[in-house]
Design a protein around this ligand. Sequence first.
Ligand code: DUC
Ligand code: ZN
Ligand code: ZN
Ligand code: ZN
Length: 497
Amino acid sequence: SQNRLLIKNGKIVNEDDIIEEDVYVEDGIIKEIGRNLIIPGGTRVIDARGRYVIPGGIDPHTHFEFEFMGTTTVDDFYQGTKAAIAGGTTMIIDFAFPKQGESLLDAYYCYREKADSKVCCDYGLHVALTSWSDRVKEDMSILCSQHGINSFKTFMAYSFMLNDSELYSVFEHCKNLGAVPQVHAENGHIISKNVDKLLNKGVTGPEGHEMSRPEEVEAEAVNRACTIAHQVDSPLYVVHVMSKSAGFAIKQARERGVQVIGETLVAGLACDGSHYKNPCYNHLAAHVLSPPIRPDKTTPQFLMNLLAQDILQLTGSDNCTFNKNQKEMGAKNFSKIPNGVNGVEDRMSVIWEKGVQSGIIDPMRFVAITSTNAAKIFNIFPRKGCIAIGSDADVVIWNPNKTRIISAKTHHQAVDFNIFEGMECHGVPEYVIVNGRVCVDEEQLRAVQGHGKFVETPVFAPFVYDPEKLSDMRSAKNGTINEIELSNKLAKVSSIS
Ligand code: DUC
Ligand code: ZN
Ligand code: ZN
Ligand code: ZN
């Protein structure tokens, strides 16, 4: 039957254990886990011998159908979520982004309308704050109490950046709401000075992008955001940590008791800056995102080590894709190159290759940084982010012995370039089960437009633990990250090797 599935003989990987048991799925929910399960006739059986059975990936950072820098990203909610599924990701969290003068609520409705009928997998939303006012404050409260939003992204760069006083107020309001403030940490004032100086000197090519936003400009903003959060005793989520210096700023902040969560990107974990040697404009422009990929061979492994040590907790793609013709908007001026790269499809394989295959993390930590921690931080654990009885059947059967070579010629994204082109990865999702439906079947993609739903992310994440909320989930797992768990983790943080 379509709605019943038995996954036999695999190794089930959760963030805290690996067990060899079978998983029985009915009507989109994991119903039983064990050996010699008694199941109804007509149930489809998938043999997962020699494979890992892992929670579907959660990409906490995508920008589908995003109007940005004068153009719109080419991956929409259909193609973006389809590509996500092809790579083993079964939920994405995108950003509702108000246009100039638009209210947060209208931005939220706009994104629901764009996404609801198109998504092939479940999705959630963060809401971006591009200004600060009493109206914004009021809308944040309404979004939290009525619309399942529990995270708000602020910017310290771009024309819509907030100043320190505004960040202080936002973080304080988030704390009162039980929401997670997120921050894009780069010093926008220094960047615009640098951009002017470079352009005046005649540096107009894409190499100017990284030169205008060097890593200490990222690290300064990370440190400042952490300080502001600490002053109002709020948790803080730093998106896209892209440099050693910024990672080090997170480490130091955690050591002094700041409740900071760090996300890094698959682009930062895989790209070592060797593309900067390429003389081709299109090649360079295709790699432009902010914060930039560092021209440093050791940064990717450094960031992976931070993930291994729990100084960083999760990985996103920041998928924000523009085609060659759009990237050409910056041909005469690097500051006009639309910022963003691919990654939603390849995140799982690339992190497996750079993390597990290379021996830096084990499969349990892989699950934590690609799925479980996102579910916990955004308060949808254990519905998402684990293989447990009662959880949504978002399951990937992962073959660690197969390899594939990444290429724009074979990827499922709409974009015409792939920053991981030519990379060979171990780790292939042979089956991807999305809410109980087999959407990758023996490596064949069968994603269904509209199969996904909007998932509310309730407030009081991540630092308030409510065991009541979990009692009907029949799960032996822990709840959301609580203060005791966090302080234990902080105590475990050791020096960076
Ligand atoms: N950085 C990007 O590269 N794209 C989208 C927005 C951002 O902060
Ligand atoms: Zn950003
Ligand atoms: Zn090229
Ligand atoms: Zn982003």
